[in-house]
Design a protein around this ligand. Structure first.
Ligand SMILES: [Zn+2]
Length: 78
């Protein structure tokens, strides 16, 4: 997870610092898939048993998920 957008003012807060995912990917010599921001609505979706990206398609978090999914799909060789 990367960053948290304050629901009150929209400010982005890096709760867990930045660059850890990229460094880990580099250390393990695997592709860096992307950074997914934390969204407070994810908790509500999880509690309701609903996939977050289905009910929050326009959110920054869903779009980050979608970008990663499309990247993975494009790399699949059939
Ligand atoms: Zn705020």
């Amino acid at each position: 997870m990367s960053g948290f957008r304050c629901p009150n003012c929209g400010e982005k807060i890096d709760l867990f610092m930045t660059g850890g995912g990229k460094k880990a990917a580099s250390d393990f010599k695997v592709p860096f898939l992307g950074a997914i921001p934390i969204d407070v609505q994810m908790v509500k979706s999880a509690d309701e048993g609903q996939p977050f990206i289905c009910s929050n398609k326009e959110s920054e978090t869903s779009q980050a998920f979608e970008k990663i999914i499309q990247s993975i799909i494009s790399q699949i060789k059939l």
